[in-house]
Design a protein around this ligand. Structure first.
Ligand SMILES: Cc1cc2nc3c(=O)[nH]c(=O)nc-3n(C[C@H](O)[C@H](O)[C@H](O)COP(=O)(O)OP(=O)(O)OC[C@H]3O[C@@H](n4cnc5c(N)ncnc54)[C@H](O)[C@@H]3O)c2cc1C
Length: 252
């Protein structure tokens, strides 16, 4: 049994693999944390873009068997999210008839009873208009292959997984970037803060080891800035000094 503060699983990376994994774990009532380095959705991983091919036309049996399960999971996701993620188009596979890869792929399809139509030179044009089959090449169509809508999928699966009663955003200067995704607008402003280090004139005179205190110099009413600082500590002989700016009634 896990304690309240313990996750059953932490998944790092919210591409299609991580998002589906996290979602499937959550469906099995596993307390799951999905971590992503970029604000979602982002365009820097392999999973972004609008479309991908889904197919069973592989040379290896294990891929074909794995795809059986994949298709079921895609259908399940479509139902649960109420979004169309897959469009059946078929996959036309062409290659030199005697080529090893072509034969392996075709034979794996036949052996695993994957629905397909083998095309001959004679009937090729009837099934596939506007494409010519090269001399010496053979072709088949894998019927259940099609297009997966990648971006739509990521949104759907992440939407299904990321359900929470409350959300706490403590993203500092990145807060606005996150809030944009929620439709909430707050009057936040990212401010640059300069930190200066002043060198002691007399060695050790403002050193933390000499018990020199942190300090705050409050300026007059009209001043828009206060000064504060810390004793020499981070760098030998350097006192850290900063201006604290007034923004309406607030100092930052
Ligand atoms: C152009 C292109 C076309 C493709 N076409 C097809 C196709 O037609 N059919 C097909 O089946 N496959 C296709 N693929 C392959 C398929 O898209 C990828 O196999 C799949 O998207 C991989 O998903 P992933 O989740 O493993 O990786 P990614 O989508 O790259 O996700 C990895 C995630 O991990 C995050 N991450 C990394 N490090 C950290 C960290 N330290 N902390 C937090 N997060 C981190 C990244 O930011 C990223 O979001 C294609 C790939 C590309 C690029």
């Amino acid at each position: 049994m896990t304690s309240n503060r313990e996750f059953d699983c932490v998944v790092i990376g919210a591409g299609v693999q991580g998002s589906f994994t996290a979602y499937q774990l959550a469906r099995r009532n596993k307390k799951t944390l999905l971590l992503e380095q970029f604000v979602l959705p982002h365009t820097r991983g392999s999973s972004h873009g609008q479309t991908r091919i889904i197919r069973k036309a592989y040379e290896e049996d294990f891929y074909i068997r794995m795809m059986e399960e994949c298709y079921k999971l895609w259908t399940q996701m479509e139902k649960e999210a109420g979004v169309k993620l897959y469009r059946q188009t078929g996959l036309l596979v062409m290659g030199p008839e005697k080529n090893e890869s072509y034969q392996l792929c075709k034979n794996a399809m036949l052996k695993n009873n994957v629905p397909m139509v083998q095309l001959t030179r004679e009937n090729f044009g009837l099934h596939i208009p506007n494409v010519s089959l090269a001399e010496g090449h053979a072709a088949f169509v894998e019927l259940t292959a099609g297009v997966l809508y990648a971006d739509r999928t990521l949104r759907a699966v992440q939407g299904q997984f990321q359900k929470t009663k409350r959300l706490v955003i403590t993203a500092g200067p990145w807060t606005n970037r996150l809030l944009v995704k929620t439709g909430i607008e707050l009057p936040l402003e990212v401010m640059k803060i300069n930190v200066c280090y002043w060198r002691e004139k007399v060695d050790g005179s403002y050193d933390v080891k000499q018990k020199f205190p942190c300090f705050l110099q409050i300026e007059g009413e009209k001043s828009r800035e206060h000064i504060y600082g810390l004793p020499a500590n981070e760098y030998p002989g350097m006192v850290k000094v900063r201006l604290r700016k007034r923004l309406s009634n607030l100092f930052v």
